[in-house]
Each structure stands twice: as structure tokens, then as C-alpha cells.
Write a protein that binds this ligand. Structure first.
Ligand SMILES: [Zn+2]
Length: 162
């Protein structure tokens, strides 16, 4: 009998799975891996909470997780989706936020902060200026909005807060 891979191993394997839409982010950076469990029959159970419901990326992510596990010799597994509590951009790790900014995408403002201000304060990922304006509600994907910095004049994508 093959020994079950430790949860830590599974975690590092899952950290290799990239978000299909923003390839600089792993699904771990996005915070969508809720937990790793051992099923009754000894199989690995990966519990994920999909990002934006209805986001077409979800199916791709599940398939990518399956491929990555198989690639590492783990064949007895199950991927379960848990939709409650719903994923929120607050679950994106600080590492994930840093990567987004480096990539030129403004990371989502915290929900609490946005509620306090009554709007989302979006800082320019290039020059950090808060003097920005929304150009379009939709950016390169439905999850993003298009913004422009009024100081350095650079257009950029903003990862919408949910
Ligand atoms: Zn700027």
C-alpha cells in the first residue's frame, strides 16, 4: 500500500496550480483552497471555494487541480466545492496582493475599508496615486474593472472587490 501523501505535500502541489485568468497568481494566493481532508476511504479530499460564482474559470481550475495531482502521482482524490461562505477578495493572501500589484493590476481594496469610505479607493499600481478614475466597469475579464491613473496617466486593471 502506498503511503498517503502528507497534507503539506498536497498543499505545495496545489500551490503550483495557477489561476487561469491571472497566471501570476496561484490558486493558493487567491485563497480558494479551503482545506485538505482525508476521506473515509483514505482518498485525498480537496475542498475549494470557487471565486466569483459563475466565473468560467472555476471548471478550468478544478481540471487543473486534478491534472497537477495526477502529475505528482496522486490519483485517488476528490475535489469538492463549497460555496458557503462565499469567496471574497479579502481571502487573497498578502503574497497574492503583492504579485497582483507587480503585475500591474490594482489589488482589491478591503471590503471593510470600501464600506467605510462608501466607495472603493483604488490606488494606481504604477505610481501608487489614489487619484484614479474608473474607465469601464469591465476590464479584460468580468472580474476586473478598467481604471486610469490621473497622475501618471497609465491605464490599469483593478481586481474588483467582492
Ligand atoms: Zn499612476
Amino acid at each position: 500500500m502506498v503511503a498517503l501523501a502528507a497534507n503539506d505535500d498536497i498543499e505545495s502541489i496545489l500551490a503550483l496550480v495557477k489561476d487561469p485568468e491571472i497566471s501570476v497568481l496561484s490558486i493558493a494566493d487567491l485563497g480558494i483552497i479551503r482545506r485538505i481532508e482525508e476521506g473515509e476511504d483514505g482518498r485525498v479530499v480537496v475542498v475549494i471555494t470557487p471565486t466569483y460564482s459563475g466565473c468560467p474559470a472555476t471548471e478550468v481550475i478544478e481540471a487543473d487541480i486534478a491534472d497537477m495531482l495526477k502529475l505528482h502521482g496522486i490519483t485517488d482524490f476528490e475535489i469538492r466545492s463549497e460555496i458557503s461562505p462565499a469567496w471574497t477578495t479579502d481571502w487573497i493572501t498578502s503574497e497574492g496582493r503583492r504579485k497582483l500589484e507587480e503585475y500591474g493590476i490594482a489589488p482589491p481594496a478591503g471590503k471593510g475599508k470600501a464600506a467605510l469610505l462608501g466607495h472603493e479607493e483604488v490606488a494606481c499600481p504604477q505610481c501608487k496615486s489614489a487619484n484614479t478614475e474608473q474607465v469601464s466597469e469591465f476590464g479584460s475579464t468580468a472580474c476586473k474593472a478598467q481604471y486610469r491613473c490621473l497622475d501618471c496617466l497609465e491605464p490599469f486593471d483593478y481586481f474588483k472587490c467582492v
